[in-house]
Design a protein around this ligand. Sequence first.
Ligand SMILES: NC(=O)c1ccc[n+]([C@@H]2O[C@H](COP(=O)([O-])OP(=O)(O)OC[C@H]3O[C@@H](n4cnc5c(N)ncnc54)[C@H](OP(=O)(O)O)[C@@H]3O)[C@@H](O)[C@H]2O)c1
Length: 314
Amino acid sequence: MRTVELGASGLKCGALAYGCWRIARTWNPTEVTADIEAAGRRAIHTAYDAGYTLFDNADIYTGGVCERILGQALRELPAMRERVVIATKGGIRRPGEPNPGSPHRYDSSAEYLMAACEASLQRLQLDCVDLYMIHREDFLGDPEEIASAFDRLHESGKARFFGLSNFRPGFIAALLKVCRQPIVTHQLEISLARLAPFTDGSLDQCMAERMTPLAWSPLAGGLMGDGAAKLLPAQRAYKLETLLPVLDEIASARGVSRTVIALAWLMRHPSGIMPIIGTANPDRIRETAKAADIQLDREEWYRLFVAARGEPLP
Ligand SMILES: NC(=O)c1ccc[n+]([C@@H]2O[C@H](COP(=O)([O-])OP(=O)(O)OC[C@H]3O[C@@H](n4cnc5c(N)ncnc54)[C@H](OP(=O)(O)O)[C@@H]3O)[C@@H](O)[C@H]2O)c1
């Protein structure tokens, strides 16, 4: 797979990333069996063999089990660690933690981020992650405090680079004014089923600030593949009936699958969108990697954009 630089970090990785959200096949940690864990490790190794080198994770994925599986997969293949970019996220707190009545909430306080990163490192069995991201924008988030947490994580050697996920451009602008560590990625839901980042300033800001946009659910959780996945992101109002025939026509002309075209469509944008794929199926992992070799032309891109909008451009 061709490689790209992550923001202005100097870190190089494959042009598509592999997401670990679904590798445990359930949200419930008590349902995860040894067989599921082994299949998760195999999926990670298949992705690595197919050229994926950025592995995305988060502390909340199956209550930390997905980080543990990634850590075990790295241990099983020791040469892998120095060739990959390990990314994880923190900052979402589950209901009932730490007290029975505590609500589901976001927490970007320095104290919480430091503790969350440390807990992720323990599950991953690593001393340092390459990329640490705040999972969701904390409505009580203080840019100065986040900047100081990033400094402390960097100085203590626990995180090399930093990123954000699901933030508004306005908050990022405020953070960039005070942050001494470069913010190298912004992870967002971007797909033919979710076009908002093309018009709400998010991708413009990524280009202006040299942040690589990481696209989560780039196939809309499977709706652009062979059907709805079990763990679906929020339902999206989009025009499958006008989109799928155009995807299929371009896919057939190019001799690849519909999902490869849906991913190549994201990668055609000048902001350098990096899709994070989420399949745990080995054949699909290899198939989706082909998107790195397809360069759509303007006409193809606009045909898909208009079909996804479901209405002509002005
Ligand atoms: N920052 C955030 O808030 C956030 C939120 C959600 C996700 N993420 C990240 O984004 C990653 C990807 O999200 P996602 O899993 O929703 O991505 P996705 O690639 O849009 O969806 C993957 C799902 O589609 C299914 N699928 C059906 N047909 C497929 C085909 N032909 N090719 C590929 N997949 C097909 C897969 O099932 P099979 O496994 O059976 O193939 C899998 O369940 C996650 O792993 C996570 O790292 C981040």
